[in-house]
Design a binder for this molecule. Structure first.
Ligand code: CTP
Ligand code: CA
Length: 219
């Protein structure tokens, strides 16, 4: 049940969110993946909808229900996620929370057999969806990336903001048990500096970020 349809600080805005991991197939039964649960991205999509936005959520493989009032597009690979993001444009803002696999392999058509020689996985780079969106003719007015880091968190995130052409990077310290957990410690890196947020439940990180997005899009 949706209580906020058409009202709220983001009413009339279209916001695109990516969330979850991607899976890159090795053969019909095996894949390369990562530990992203999708919880933070889904919480952000939910908070955006509660603030009145029209939300398109492009989700990798996750075990989560679709938040109320959100249009969800399920994808498996990074390449499919890039296509779904392009198809969802234009958007006023894009929040790229997905843990996109950096590489894929040429998937075998049939299941690889243990009796054969161990396969060498030749990794090919995936498209960078965030950097591609930053360079797109239909670049959203506000482009927000996430950076999961295990060390030198703010330093890496600050470099990523410039390198990828994002407006903000939410730097996420994943050195603890964040991935799959319900709390997050983040730093908001913008053109004007770095804000350290106290450790918060993922739902509160989402609500605080959505408040900031509403202010940015109101200008
Ligand atoms: N991202 C993306 N497409 C990719 C890789 C990352 O859109 N192929 C986005 C993520 O959704 C995130 C941001 O870029 O918003 C940062 O992702 P991250 O993996 O931290 O950055 P990378 O540039 O891939 O650097 P590295 O993994 O080497 O730290
Ligand atoms: Ca990466």
């Amino acid at each position: 049940e949706r209580h906020f349809a058409g009202t709220g600080p983001l009413s009339g805005k279209h916001v695109l969110v990516t969330a979850g991991p991607t899976h890159e197939p090795i053969d019909p039964v095996r894949y390369i993946a990562n530990r992203s649960s999708g919880k933070q991205g889904f919480a952000i999509a939910a908070a955006l909808a509660e603030a009145g936005a029209r939300v398109t959520l492009v989700a990798g493989p996750v075990a989560l229900p679709t938040p109320s009032g959100v249009t969800r597009i399920d994808v498996e690979t990074a390449r499919a996620m890039a296509d779904a993001v392009a198809a969802a444009l234009p958007a006023d803002a894009a929040i790229m929370v997905a843990a996109v696999a950096d590489w894929h392999v040429a998937a075998a058509a049939q299941k690889l057999k243990k009796g054969d020689a161990p396969p060498a996985l030749a990794l090919t780079p995936n498209p960078d969806i965030l950097a591609g969106l930053a360079a797109n003719q239909q670049r959203p007015r506000l482009l927000v990336g996430f950076a999961a880091e295990t060390e030198r968190v703010v330093e890496h995130a600050t470099a990523k903001r410039t390198r990828k052409g994002a407006d903000w990077i939410v730097a996420n310290d994943v050195s603890g048990d964040v991935m799959g957990g319900d709390r997050n410690t983040v730093h908001l890196v913008t053109a004007t500096g770095v804000e350290d947020w106290e450790p918060l439940p993922k739902a509160d990180v989402a609500r605080r970020l959505v408040q900031r997005i509403a202010v940015a899009l109101a200008d």
